[in-house]
Ligand binder design. Structure first.
Ligand SMILES: [Zn+2]
Length: 546
């Protein structure tokens, strides 16, 4: 048989030897590989050579698969490195999975996947088609495990086969860009699986590659008497993201990082980060969510964003696809959050709170025992409460959500350019024509100008002629407790703020932290006025600002 390999394209063509109705199979082609071996075996059908790594070569599933195939033809097994197998698979030396719904082989893969998850006693199967590849994970006793990494197209074919070929209760069509539900009766599976039914939720998701990303979550419901199979190969947690937690490098103090660590370790409740566009709040959240994936790679993270700002390889990132205006965004957002809650997430990122529907969804996530993170536009951490209340004074009255179990933390952040050490100019140099006398007076009322430095227009070689070297994140981190929440409800925001800031462990207001940096020559006072607020003349005997 003349068998030409055509990489990638071959994946979506019917396997060689399949007739139109997908029943006959060529005498040369191999039995379907067990799904767990799909990414660990490369197959050269024309030469009848099987490539696999040493570990897989001794796997009982592999041995019985080889035995079945050897009955039909003489085949050779070659042991090689797992990286070489991946390369061969990329070149097309794979068992071809067809996108055709009549394809019995893909259907058998889909059934095999669900039955295998059942043997592990998994509560959920997550298929994540990420454009570049597909991650298949099992949720077992509330922890995620990586089951297999397949090609994007392979995962897509299996997900379609599940939706179109096996599920009974479903929408008439598989729609790429719609969020869809479906159900499979347990009778589709061998009786020993003891499956009562499977509930499916699928839809588009942010993708890292050129092909559109999507996800499918399958919740397994068992009949009584279901038992996990003994002696199955151990699975490992999903891979941890590379890199390190960079909040310190961004400008957060050790104390603030400890407070954020406390918030990251609260099992439920919402943390809201505020700041205007360009304040770096989404970069901070990215760092936090990435660190959470490093600490607890076994916890499902689901994001609902509009739009997606940072790709997160470890999370499912749902996207708003069909909304035309703010009201529709709010409705779709709320629907997606409801969908997200069905994916057994531990951590949710719901961004950003622009209207009452999103605010209510965020509170609902907290009330149902999830850890949620979100963003909002508000001038300081305390005004986040006012901002939410103003969105709907009945449904979002502060007494409904000002509870330290619901709102765990409030953070405000700004970004300010860091002066270039090599070209910043001192007040003493007398070249400060562009700074107003009003600002000079205001600064003098607050301290000595001896260590105040200014930005040099045109910069120097060291700073690429920009005058600055990176930016500082300046933040105020508030860890909520009963006392603060009681103040919010009984005495209003300004009393709550004043009492909280009087505490010994409270952060200085962002403005005061920025002024400290001005008086130690790290940032230009004009940058403070641009990004944070006006520097006013300090009245005699006054101590703080804002
Ligand atoms: Zn410079």
């Amino acid at each position: 048989m003349d068998f030409k390999l055509s990489p990638r394209k071959a994946l979506i063509e019917p396997p060689d030897g399949f007739v139109a109705n997908g029943i006959a199979r060529s005498a040369h082609s191999f039995d379907p590989l067990p799904i767990r071996l799909l990414d660990k075996v490369a197959i050269d059908e024309s030469q009848k050579v099987i490539y696999t790594d040493k570990r897989t070569s001794g796997h009982p599933y592999f041995l019985s698969w080889i035995a079945r195939n050897k009955r039909r033809a003489e085949i050779e097994v070659q042991i090689c490195e797992i990286a070489h197998i991946a390369t061969l698979r990329e070149q097309g030396f794979t068992q071809k999975l067809s996108m055709e719904k009549s394809d019995l082989m893909v259907r058998s893969y889909a059934v095999d996947l669900i039955a295998t998850a059942g043997k592990y006693g998994a509560s959920d199967i997550h298929l994540m088609m990420r454009g570049t590849h597909t991650d298949i994970q099992f949720e077992i006793q509330s922890k995620l495990y990586q089951f297999a990494t397949l090609f994007h197209a392979e995962g897509n074919a299996i997900a379609r086969a599940i939706f179109q070929g096996i599920a009974q209760t479903k929408a008439a069509m598989f729609e790429e860009l719609a969020y869809q539900n479906a159900q499979i009766s347990g009778s589709e599976f061998p009786p020993e699986c003891r499956l009562a039914s499977c509930r499916i939720f699928r839809g588009p998701a942010f993708s890292l590659g050129a092909d559109g990303g999507s996800f499918m979550t399958i919740r397994l419901q068992y009949l009584s008497g279901h038992q996990k199979e003994a002696g199955l190969p151990a699975l490992s947690f999903p891979p941890r993201p590379a890199g390190k937690f960079a909040l310190k490098e961004m400008g957060y103090s050790a104390d603030q990082i400890e407070k954020i660590d406390l918030l990251m370790n609260s099992p439920s409740g919402v943390v809201v980060i505020s700041g205007p566009t360009g304040s770096g709040k989404t970069s901070t959240l990215f760092q936090i969510l990435q660190e959470l994936a490093r600490i607890r790679p076994y916890c499902r993270q689901v994001c609902v964003e509009d739009p997606v700002e940072n790709p997160m390889a470890w999370a499912v990132q749902m996207v708003i696809t069909n909304a035309k205006n703010d009201e529709e965004v709010g409705i779709e957002f709320a629907n997606l959050v409801r969908g997200a809650l069905r994916m057994a997430p531990k951590t949710l990122f719901l961004g950003e709170i622009r209207g009452p529907a999103v605010a209510m969804s965020v509170i609902e996530a907290a009330l149902t025992g999830h850890q949620a993170w979100s963003t909002i536009h508000a001038p300081c951490p305390f005004t986040i409460v006012d901002r939410m209340e103003l969105m709907d004074q009945v449904l979002l009255a502060r007494k409904c959500f000002c509870d330290a179990e619901i709102i765990r933390g409030l953070i405000a952040q700004r970004l300010v350019p860091k002066l270039c050490e090599h070209c910043k100019t001192s007040f003493a140099d007398g070249q400060n024509n562009n700074i107003s006398s009003r600002l000079i007076k205001a600064l003098r009322s607050r301290g000595s100008l001896e260590n105040v430095f200014l930005f040099k227009e045109g910069g120097c070689e060291k700073c690429n002629f920009t005058g600055s070297s990176g930016r500082f994140a300046i933040a105020e981190v508030v860890v909520c407790d009963e006392e603060l929440m009681a103040d919010f409800i009984n005495h209003g925001t300004s009393v709550a703020r004043k009492n909280y800031r009087a505490r010994l462990d409270a952060d200085l207001p962002i403005f005061d932290q920025a002024l400290e940096k001005v008086f130690s020559g790290l940032i230009d006072p004009r940058a403070v006025e641009e990004a944070i607020g006006r520097i006013s003349l300090l009245p005699k005997d006054a101590t703080s600002s804002i």
